[in-house]
Design a protein around this ligand. Structure first.
Ligand SMILES: Nc1ncnc2c1ncn2[C@@H]1O[C@H](COP(=O)(O)OP(=O)(O)OP(=O)(O)O)[C@@H](O)[C@H]1O
Ligand SMILES: [Mg+2]
Length: 226
């Protein structure tokens, strides 16, 4: 089953009097449990594609199916719900909440999943288990500023996975890390992909990353190249 399917997707951005054709007709099919990298030069459309898959942005044309939902037909409220339950996000700049500890950052998405009716204890236990899985047991009460870049990205990975999403999207998750730490982060993502069977789609500039991916989508000038 394809957990992500894009058919003839285009994305135009108005820019002053002109239009930027950021994505110019892309077909993508990603299966549940895949570990896929979107690779391509700056400006090729990687972030645009991830935002469309993550229902943060709408395609201008084409069909987008995410976790069995035709997202082009969904209301904003339904999209918010889909994002919260089916998708986890990891960002280049970590995007942790600075006043919250590692534990509280990871608990946060569970607290806002109101219809799940999780008890305080369940939330605490799930966050704790996830933080242990990313190797930060000893840093659990530390705030982001008390953590290294690699540790912050581990917290962000735990936060993305704690809701048990079908899909985790990561836009250049290693770009702000040194290459050794970046490799450790990718190894962790791969490990979690195997343990949790979560589908991972991540973008990168870095050709070294290729050895980690099951599937590679090469993108250039808004088009996929094989
Ligand atoms: N909001 C916007 N308004 C106008 N043009 C945009 C907007 N967002 C992106 N673009 C343009 O769309 C194209 C694709 O941008 P995108 O951010 O998807 O590239 P990218 O592959 O993620 O690049 P990078 O590797 O630098 O992050 C670029 O030409 C960019 O200038
Ligand atoms: Mg980008």
């Amino acid at each position: 089953m394809n957990v992500i399917e894009l058919i003839k997707v285009k994305k135009d951005y108005p820019l002053g009097a002109t239009t930027v054709h950021a994505v110019r007709g892309v077909d993508i099919a990603i299966k549940q449990g895949d570990f896929v990298s979107i690779i391509g030069p700056s400006g090729s459309g990687k972030t645009t594609l991830l935002n469309i898959i993550g229902c943060i942005d709408h395609a201008s044309e084409g069909t987008v199916n995410v976790n069995g939902n035709d997202v082009t037909a969904m209301s904003d409220r339904q999209l918010t719900n889909l994002r919260l339950h089916a998708i986890g996000f990891i960002f280049q700049t970590f995007n942790l909440i600075p006043v919250l500890s590692a534990r509280e950052n990871v608990e946060f998405p569970l607290l806002i999943m109101k219809n799940e009716k999780l008890s305080k204890k369940e939330i605490r236990d799930r966050a704790e288990k996830m933080i242990e899985e990313v190797g930060l047991k000893d840093q659990i009460e530390q705030k982001p500023y008390e953590l290294s870049g690699g540790q912050r990205q581990r917290v962000a990975i735990a936060r993305a996975l704690v809701t048990r999403p079908a899909i985790v999207l990561a836009d250049e998750p290693t770009a702000n890390l040194d290459s050794e730490t970046g490799e450790m982060i990718l190894e962790l993502m791969k490990e979690l992909n195997e343990i949790e069977k979560t589908t991972f789609v991540f973008s990168t500039h870095d050709p070294d990353i290729l050895k980690y991916a099951h599937g590679i989508i090469k993108i250039k000038d808004g088009l996929v190249h094989n």
